[in-house]
Design a protein around this ligand. Sequence first.
Ligand SMILES: [Zn+2]
Length: 271
Amino acid sequence: MSTADAVNRDEPLSRPAAAVDAEAAVAAQAAAAPEAEPTGPKRIAVIFAHPDDAEFICAGTVARWTSEGHEITYVLLTSGDKGSEDPAVTPEQLVATREAEQRAACTVLGVRDVVFLGFADAMLVPDLNLRRELVRVIRRLQPDVVICQDPTVRWVDQDYLNHPDHRAAGEATLDAIYPAARDRMTFPELLDEGLEPHKVREVYLAGAKDPDVAIDISDHLDTKLRALQAHASQLGDWDPAPMLREWAHETAGRFDNAGEYVEAFKYFKLD
Ligand SMILES: [Zn+2]
């Protein structure tokens, strides 16, 4: 992907504060410019609380980026072991079902690998233990880009309270990216495992309260809908396609010339 996909982002990069003279400032700014970034495939980590979260809010973007050759790995903090009203289903059975559904969805999307961290569903807390586990996986995968959830979304309109796991996942992931994964002296036990510090360059918050980047998914919406169908245990008889088409079309209407169907994100470039 490139930030050429981004609309409403035509402001120049701010002047690097570390530059001490005009010539150094120009050189530093050029080095930080998107066109100076290394080309070729990027490593991307999609870090979410539950199986199916990413399919609902960013799978069109995932499908687009895998089609463009980028390498994407999913990291699921829980395996969704509370996601059933069926008294005959045990949490262990549900974990097996939902992990299989997530792997099937990722196959549809062209995702390379799925990592399940195995935290308990509905119990996520953005504490130092969760942060350490995320730093471990970030240093191991070394992603250039992370997509994660927006920890600031407490509710939407008058009919949706955001799941506490979604907020916890977003908060812990951002705290792991900066500064913990980057800094050598944080979690020194990870150095003993051979996990060197890693700097994530770009972050996309999905389902964000204040999105500022639009990704045109018009050519990938059908793939997104097929991936979502893999989560049969969560859908039952419900066909989410009309709702998701409407979401993506409404989101497109919030940006100028962004495409017919869009997923929107809050974007950070961390150079
Ligand atoms: Zn969820």
